[in-house]
Design a protein around this ligand. Sequence first.
Ligand code: F6P
Length: 620
Amino acid sequence: CRPRSCPNWRAARSRRYTSPATSESERTLKRRQETEPGNPGQPRSPDPDGAWQAAWTAVERQAAACRALRIDGLFDSEPERLDRFCVEAAGLWLDLSRNRLPESGLDALLALVDAAGVPAWRDAMFAGHAINGTEGRPALHVALRCPHGRHRDVAGPAVDAGTQPRPDPLTAPLKVGDEDIRAVVRNTLDRMRAFAEAVRDGAWRGATGRPITDIVNVGIGGSHLGPELACGALASLGHPRLRTHFLSNVDPDAWQRLARELDPASTLAIVASKSWRTQETAMNALAVREWLLAGGVPEDGLHRHFVGVTANVAGARAFGLSDDTIFPFGDWVGGRYSLWSAIGLPVMLQIGSGAFDALLAGAHAMDRHFADAPPARNAPILLALVSLWNGLVHPGCTEVIAPYSDALARLPAWLQQLQMESNGKRVDRHGNPVAYDTAPACWGEPGTGAQHSFFQALHQGTRIHPIDFVVPVPDAGLGKAASERPEGGAPLADSGAPSRAATLLANAIAQAEALMRGREPAPGDPLGPHRECPGNRPSNTILLDALTPASLGALLALYEHKTVTLGWLWRIDSFDQWGVELGKTLAARIEPLLADDGAPDAASEGASGVAALSPPSLAL
Ligand code: F6P
């Protein structure tokens, strides 16, 4: 069936679809009031004493008054500026000083943090309260990186202002229903470690006895982007025999191209799906299965080539997986926050369990900082406040992220899902329309390549797009600086890796400065207006002390906490994603119409039925 010539295509295009009605249970959930943080079970009105509205109005007014403020002028008028806007957290260093945000604006924002109850929501998240109100669930990704036995929590228990020890919320016993979350997390991690080490040392082999050489993660969204980012970022630590691939799109070409690189006898597929109901993952998993069988893997040997990662263990069993090849995680982990769960299995396979532990430990260090640091020194909270402020000072702006590291090339894609799926909401937690913009579009590419592309618009375009520069400083040092090159050296000559690292860092810093300071035209220059850069364009700089598992963990946790803090400030639910359901449902209705005979096709109906990922007979 071809677009335009195909009658079914025209029928599918011209037909009007009514949106699937919201089910009664969904309506009930929508009506549900969230739980008062720290006081489970008590309904809470949106803004009982008007404190949030008063604080919000004060922030809005100040932001509107700061639209023409010069950032460089703030450095002259505010001698404490660097102290207030630079913060160190879990080995990362953040410089948030290059924004049109004066200290008085920061004070107004910090009052909003209080009025929105951010510390209470944060504590409720760590304590496992059902802060995802529309789904009635906790959001416990932080529990996945809590140290258990193998890691000593160096920070020790938190102590309150009265120096009375209080239970440490990050390590205290934690239950969801009757389930001991700490034990569940520990058990799964232990099983992942044993499996990963068996694959890595060659004890786990394919059905015909070949060691595994290629791992294919079959998953999409949160079951893809985090592992892909981490595997790319930490590729230098990869096992020499193992290559990791990601199959997410249902585009048949994606699988065909990947399959050409693989040998069925030495390929291991990880089917990763929290719900075990995702159409693309179901169809791709079936394609891989058929390819394995066609490639000589016997039906009774498929279990050596397939494992499942899911919160729907029954679905994975129905697919034919046995319990020893299912790595579960709880529905209290949101998909886009799930890298730290069994969804991280491809990462552990690639870098080993010790390095994966370090990734978790880095994220936990950021959790510790988020839980304990006062809001005015709290890196994720400050990052969220700057983002919120920029949205008000530059209405309609987007957020750019530019990692100065090719290894972090997938950071923008991961962050896009994290921020836009979490906070792309138009009603507050109570279902009332919000009167402000949420979740700016988020996009980016690594520098320096981006400098030769969209940075032109950042410097001289009519729209302002705040940017985060994320810059790992190599632990090997910067070596010879660019300025020390022999005079007259050919510009494209290989000047050695350490010197290129210095150039990379210098470029990141130069861009932040150029965006802020701009360039005045030379007097009498006929091209003056074209050469002029207005400057006064906002940016944040985040420096990592080398790109390691620990610094990566801290960086990703920083952005996770920034995202949920914004959700609390905007009073929306950052943990649901009802919006994505509509497209899925309509695709399932349209697909049969595109079949050549216009009739629902049994095979595609089954796979796209968005039912469980369960072919009729798949005995692994
Ligand atoms: O369609 C959106 C979404 O539900 C994301 O939230 C999720 O990360 C992705 O699909 C994949 O879902 P699953 O892991 O259940 O297959």
